[in-house]
Design a protein around this ligand. Sequence first.
Ligand SMILES: Cc1cc2nc3c(=O)[nH]c(=O)nc-3n(C[C@H](O)[C@H](O)[C@H](O)COP(=O)(O)OP(=O)(O)OC[C@H]3O[C@@H](n4cnc5c(N)ncnc54)[C@H](O)[C@@H]3O)c2cc1C
Length: 264
Amino acid sequence: MLTIKDYCLAESIQQAYELNRKKQNKILGGGIWLKCCHFPIQTAIDLSGLGLEGITETEEGFEIGAMTSLRQLETHEGLNACTCGAVKEALRHIVGTQFRNCATVGGSLFGRFGFSDVLTLFLGLEAFVELYPTGIIPIGEFAKMQPDDSILTKIFVKKDQGKTAYLSARNTSTDFPLAACCVSWKEGTLTASMGARPAKAAAFSRENVCLEDLEKEEFLEEFARDAAASVNFGSNRRASAEYRNYVTKVLIKRCLGSIKEGDR
Ligand SMILES: Cc1cc2nc3c(=O)[nH]c(=O)nc-3n(C[C@H](O)[C@H](O)[C@H](O)COP(=O)(O)OP(=O)(O)OC[C@H]3O[C@@H](n4cnc5c(N)ncnc54)[C@H](O)[C@@H]3O)c2cc1C
């Protein structure tokens, strides 16, 4: 059960950060993951008064506030148009609509959960995150860091996403994924972000790939094999390492197939 002793609606990001430096205090996103944790919270720090909710479209891309719900992302037309629907496909399987109305993108990324569709997606989109007080860093760098007392304030996604596809596999609908992939082709670079291995997402890239290469079955096989070989797979009660490795290769090839189809 979640127990919270004090509540603070933060008036500034500095105030939120100072409070968050105390170990027993916690930032509240949607609070859904926190509800599953069994430690008592001294002060819950609410960021909802800091204007961090919503998606702003700029000339170059999208600025996404950390308090934006997964549902707002899933239904955002501009983001989906730029990512060939990958954002919607990544998020629509997460539990249910009411759940996605509450869970925030900041809470989803900050934990760097191994099962995360959200991290797999944004790594595949080569997003940037803004941390207070660090500043803006590539999400790949952020994914490798351990959670600390910094605060995630924004996520940036560029508009020039090239061609993108996302797919995940689950034992049953709404369960955590047992494999998840976001594949993109942009300016000759093919990238596969692989999550739910069950470790957190990691990416593999190959340069100098032209769209005609995607027509070749042996190229698809080789890319999927090399991408899967670049990461480690583990076993848990959802799937064995061997099965995850196999399914990840299938998902990558299917993503490549839809990138190829989308080009026709
Ligand atoms: C039953 C269940 C099933 C799920 N299934 C999936 C799934 O299939 N795929 C998937 O990708 N995800 C899944 N999730 C995870 C979910 O989508 C959210 O990622 C999760 O609930 C966290 O979001 P939240 O807004 O509730 O964060 P919270 O619970 O509020 O916070 C999570 C952590 O992040 C910290 N935090 C929150 N916001 C910030 C911030 N801005 N800066 C710094 N720290 C912050 C909090 O202090 C806390 O430690 C599942 C979760 C549950 C409970």
